[in-house]
Design a protein around this ligand. Structure first.
Ligand SMILES: C[S@@+](CC[C@H](N)C(=O)[O-])C[C@H]1O[C@@H](n2cnc3c(N)ncnc32)[C@H](O)[C@@H]1O
Length: 197
């Protein structure tokens, strides 16, 4: 994640999740987005349970990037203990789900009020995500797809998978496009039965 605007948007959307619903993030990496989600739920005055899904295994490129950014990691390192330490000060109810979602994943928490995905950008991961989480979406769920516009950069039809899904489900109303400064990519926020914020 990059940019204060992205952080502010995630925090704002998290603050709108009603009591009793959860937040799911797929692709939580070192917990940067998750920290904003914790802050947002704190703003709301109640604590939406947070479910974080990630392989929690650094590859060499991830490790080098994190190290350059000030978080020393090595190839194949499990960053989960570090993520837990980072997020502990929020004293938030967080459920960690470690594993590659391509191998399948499960969700048995409350209705999902906010779904954030920064990982399932191609199949089979996207189809697994839809099959796992969609049945648990609250009626007016918020959906934030962190790299929704990736296909615009790559032109690769495989990267249109999220767009194809949204086009097939017009009940997910477009709310906002969020530009991320340096990475020249952008996210999209949708809401089912959209009431634009
Ligand atoms: C771009 S990073 C997420 C950054 C994070 N949202 C942030 O800025 O705080 C993508 C993460 O998704 C994870 N990931 C990608 N595909 C995955 C999959 N199929 N299953 C589990 N994790 C996956 C990667 O391991 C990585 O940690």
């Amino acid at each position: 994640m990059s940019g204060n605007h992205v952080k502010a948007c995630l925090r704002k959307v998290a603050s709108r999740v009603p009591p009793g619903q959860s937040i799911v993030e797929v692709g939580s990496w070192l917990g940067g987005t998750a920290a904003q989600l914790c802050l947002g739920t704190k703003d709301s005055g109640h604590h939406a349970e947070l479910h974080l899904y990630d392989a929690f295994q650094a590859n060499l490129a991830d490790a080098l990037k994190a190290t350059r950014q000030g978080t020393p990691l090595i190839d194949k390192m499990d960053p989960l203990p570090l993520v837990k330490r980072t997020l502990a000060p929020f004293k938030h109810h967080i459920v960690y789900h470690k594993g590659n979602t391509k191998n399948g994943c499960r969700y048995d928490g409350p209705l999902i009020g906010l779904y954030v995905d920064d990982a399932s950008k191609t199949d089979p991961a996207w189809t697994v995500a839809v099959e796992t989480f969609f049945p648990h979406f609250a009626e007016d769920v918020w959906v934030v797809l962190m790299d929704y516009y990736w296909y615009e950069k790559t032109g690769n039809p495989k990267h249109r998978i999220q767009q194809i899904f949204i086009d097939a489900h017009p009940e997910f109303g477009f709310v906002e496009r969020i530009y991320h400064g340096k990475r020249k990519t952008s996210s999209a926020i949708f809401r089912r039965a959209a009431c634009v914020c």
